[in-house]
Unconditional design. Sequence first.
Length: 284
Amino acid sequence: MLIEPGAEFDLRAYLDHIGFSGAPAPDLATLRAVCALHPAAIPFENLTVLAGQPVRLDLAALQRKMTARTQAGLVRGGYCFEHNTLLAAALDAIGFPVTGLAARVIWNTPPDSPLPPQTHMVLGVRADGEDWLVDAGFGGNTLTAPLRMDADGPQQTPLETFRLTKLDGDRLLEVDLDGVWAPMFRLSPEPRAAADFALSNYWVSTHPDSHFRHTVIAARTFEGGRYALRNFSLSEYRTGRAPVQRTLSASETEAALADVFGLDIPDRDAVRRTLARAVPAPAA
């Protein structure tokens, strides 16, 4: 079971936070709207991990963290387990059949690398008689639209083109980067329970080898593009234009978390320590 039994979920608060107006329905139009609005309103970030705090996946904690704003209008986000657990609760409350699925991230890994563990959470959603892949938590390549699970050809989203192909019983998700298909993750079809994601979440947030513990990461979409931050590198992608990348100083990186991504930083000292250990570190 993915949604905790008896858990209360404030659907209207979630919909208001992401900017969804009107009455939602368990149909493809609503699913597409939610998938487009969610990653623009709720950033991808790992600041809780950097602060050494536990990453909680219960719905009460997720709603407090991810559907609120400070007086200055700043927000908090999270990474895949947080985003997709929250999104699953919202879709379930609307009336969609939702399944938790696990994937192996192979983004930026050599083709001959050993298979990594299944440390990425995504969702399978049933809408308008078809099965769809939904993922609000893949950082700089987060989906902004659902993808047909059983379609092998290219699928256009508001920002990029993706494709899902069969691979030894799994599904391989790739993104089109200037005509080159870049693999993102390998998706297993077996439904997963909340306990499976709790275990993966613990490993990702605490294991010394997890890059989430050593890297400042943030991402957020906007109409026609997206921003992505990784330590001192800030990238801006706009549809139809060449990517723009900037190298920031440590102080500029910290400022970008609020100014570009709209993030309320829970522990600035943790961010500064992480950047101080990053290599190379530009002069302030």
